[in-house]
Design a protein around this ligand. Sequence first.
Ligand code: PEP
Ligand code: MN
Length: 378
Amino acid sequence: MILILQEHVHPGTPDFEAIMDYLARRPGVSTRVQEVRGAQQTLTEIYLIGDTAALDRDEIADLPGVEQVVRVSREYRILGRHQDDFRPSGFEYNGVEFTQDSFELFAGLCAVDNREHVDRTFAALAAQGLRCARMGAYKPRTSPYAFQGHGAACLPFVFDSAGRHGIRVIAMEITHEKHIQEIHDALSALGKPTGVMLQVGTRNTQNFELLKAIGRQQEFPVLLKRGFGITLEESINAAEYLASEGNQRVVFCLRGVKTNLGDPHRNLVDFAHVPVVKRLTRMPVGVDPSHSVGRRDRGPDGIEDIQHAAAQGVIAGANLVLVDFHPAPAKALVDGPQALRLEELPLFVEDMQIAREAYLKRRAAHERARAPTPPAAL
Ligand code: PEP
Ligand code: MN
């Protein structure tokens, strides 16, 4: 059971203490308190663990200071969407809102190679009015001999350039908990010119110690990739690890799954799961067409598979698209063959806007169809 408290009720206020006293008198029930920073406000939530079946829900709902009581109806306790659960989804970070209704493009380098490419990429994004980006500094690679990313060394010029171009949020994968401190230090040294969304890559979706470390900090939100070789349930539980440690600001990102079917793509595209994750949880949901499709082929209609896949995710309601762009893909140190060129960015943005508008129109049409028909005029 989860108690969501009214906006003005926080630890230390009389209502909060009275609620905690009431709960302390219930046998077999323990509590865990979290301050939850949502898109609009920070709310206190109390999680009740143990013998909650014996609790009187209506009595608790009537306690002064209680806004809402949610009975946990499935296993994703914190991030899950439960019966009669009207908690808002999402959060705000560095001036950008991430909810199940928002929409942002995160385009950029799979791996930072040099200052010039970073600068050109941010300039191209800014020219399209984009305020988010992707930039990889720490790269988990299949081969130990492959380029592993410039790591902390590139952070100052990446953050400085982002700030100069008005980029507010950069999705950046980390592979070790010490990278959180490195990112914090580099941002602080520059006076926080931009923000970072910590990315957990598909190879680390079940790296529980990394998840716990990222979950313990509240400074940065998280973009968690679906694990490419595990069930959806296991991946959502990975997100729950972040939340159970205290960080609920999580975007869940689909990126395709491995199969052994000799696919035409690097992974089997799983973007039909966008509405599934939105239904099971309150997380904003993103799609990564680059790492799922993994190659630049086009259909007989002249549209590339990467763009088709991205549009499929967006028309199904995706809240974020993470996509590889590079000023000179032939020179990219990681994933050049799947990167779109910067000259292609305006068309990509237009294509995504078309898909987003189509999604909103579909949603409106379905809402109209569900609305009760007004009585016929006499
Ligand atoms: C990436 O986005 O750079 C990446 C490596 O993705 P994934 O973890 O999904 O393979
Ligand atoms: Mn990549």
